[in-house]
Design a protein around this ligand. Structure first.
Ligand SMILES: O=P(O)(O)OC[C@H]1O[C@H](OP(=O)(O)OP(=O)(O)O)[C@H](O)[C@@H]1O
Ligand SMILES: O=c1cc[nH]c(=O)[nH]1
Ligand SMILES: [Mg+2]
Length: 209
């Protein structure tokens, strides 16, 4: 089974309530995704390797640490874009590799429409960013793509995961770490997470029809 970390923190619970609330405006929704992504980012990077360096302060030499790995942020378009900026704040040198995917409305299967990953030179750590893991199909497809690219350490950051999709991803990718703020019990007949928060991409980009 893949390793699952569910964040337990009063700020996570507080901001999650805002995100789920149907009355939350797109502007506040975006700001809240940003806050939760920052918290997820801190947890998901807690064991990144560092190497010792020495920096000169105005007073003396100071033994210090710097990240020693290439980190790639891999947002799944569109909704994953909402998590990029806070992760970039935490890891300014991270590379960003976008994967474009949307769910077919009838089958709920992911349809890929953008992928410019290079043939060579995979990052050491790939952080897959998508606020919603529903059936798990989109995350599965992204993880498969990163495995083919050659990423040795793959971590998934999602705000809400549905239990059925999570079970599927964990069973299929035992070496992938998954970080979530909440696990919801079920999916409805349209494969939306219940209680969930609706369509994350539409709420971020104010495209609700
Ligand atoms: O686990 P799954 O069943 O694959 O569902 C989750 C996917 O669905 C949503 O994207 P959507 O297809 O709505 O596209 P969008 O982000 O462009 O709105 C969400 O952002 C995930 O990518
Ligand atoms: O509940 C869901 C399922 C897929 N995508 C979303 O944005 N929300
Ligand atoms: Mg999507």
């Amino acid at each position: 089974m893949g390793r699952l970390s569910q964040l337990s923190h009063p700020l996570v619970a507080h901001h999650l309530a805002t995100m789920r609330d149907e009355k939350t405006s797109p502007a506040e929704f975006r700001a809240t995704v940003n806050r939760l992504a920052m918290l997820l980012g801190v947890y998901a990077t807690a064991d990144l390797p560092t190497e010792p360096i020495t920096v000169k302060t105005p007073l003396a030499d100071c033994p210090s640490q710097k990240l020693s790995v290439r980190v790639g942020l891999v947002p799944i378009l569109r909704a994953g874009l909402g998590l990029v900026e806070p992760l970039h704040q935490l890891i300014p040198d991270a590379e960003v590799w976008h994967l474009g995917m949307y769910r077919n409305e009838e089958t709920a299967e992911p349809v890929s429409y953008y992928d410019k990953l290079p043939k060579r030179g995979a990052v050491d750590v790939g952080l897959v960013l998508d606020p919603m893991l529903a059936t798990g199909g989109s995350i599965r497809s992204a993880v498969e793509r990163l495995i083919r690219w050659g990423v040795p350490d793959i971590r998934v950051l999602s705000v809400i995961a549905a239990q059925p999709g999570l079970d599927r991803v964990q069973a299929e990718f035992p070496n992938v770490s998954i970080f979530v703020c909440a696990v919801d019990p079920s999916l409805n007949e349209r494969q939306f997470i219940v209680p969930g928060l609706g369509d994350a991409g539409d709420r971020i980009f104010n495209t609700l029809e």
